[in-house]
Design a protein around this ligand. Sequence first.
Ligand SMILES: Nc1ncnc2c1ncn2[C@@H]1O[C@H](COP(=O)(O)OP(=O)(O)OP(=O)(O)O)[C@@H](O)[C@H]1O
Length: 234
Amino acid sequence: MITIDKLTVKFGGVVALDDLSLTLKEDVVGLIGPNGAGKTTLTNAMSGFVAIAGGGIHVDGVDLMTLPPNQRARWGLGRSFQKVQIVDDLTVTEHLLTVMDATGVKRADRPSKINHILDFTGISDQAKTRGADLNVFQRRMTEIAKCLAGDPKILLLDEPGGGLSESEMQHLRVVITEAKDRFGTQIILVDHDVDLIRDVCETTAVLDFGKLIAFGPTAEVLQDEIVKTAYLGR
Ligand SMILES: Nc1ncnc2c1ncn2[C@@H]1O[C@H](COP(=O)(O)OP(=O)(O)OP(=O)(O)O)[C@@H](O)[C@H]1O
């Protein structure tokens, strides 16, 4: 469970997150809002990439702010980026091993974990493929597989479906919705793809100008008049 309590982040005169309080309990939570709403700033605050001006974030009782940014991945915070972080010369397996080294996954556990993760993400056949030779889908799945390699308690996914076909999106939906059962990770999905959010997120939070404007069951949130006006443009 993630508890965000009166979180404030400022960039000079811009208040990117404004006294934000929110409790995220469900297995898959959506985070949406118009451009500049503060979504990335919230994920950056969780990762420790921005300084916070006030408030805090606790995960299962642990105060994230007491962990330096470099220890948060080892502690269990995984993060995938909209622009995937794939190295041309490393194989898919080597990408996962790099994360396992950094997060301290036991050597004896690594081969079976890697098989499990590659099978789950649908890229077992690419285990020995170099980053440069992966297609868009395989790159997207490698990005998620890397996150899972670190045994995350929380996984922040930033627009994980960019460039995917409809059938590939269906695979992504399964990966997102089964991640909790298979890997014990709670997912925060930041996305502008409302169809994906509707399909996979039990609850959704909507930010606008750094404030929470709606939060609750996704279907209800997407019907909310304030959300429609602020975000969906209707
Ligand atoms: N490093 C920074 N320096 C100055 N201002 C910033 C910085 N990062 C974000 N901001 C500002 O903070 C506000 C929130 O930005 P943020 O990137 O968190 O929004 P977002 O919801 O992720 O938007 P998008 O959907 O476009 O990615 C915006 O006004 C943005 O211009």
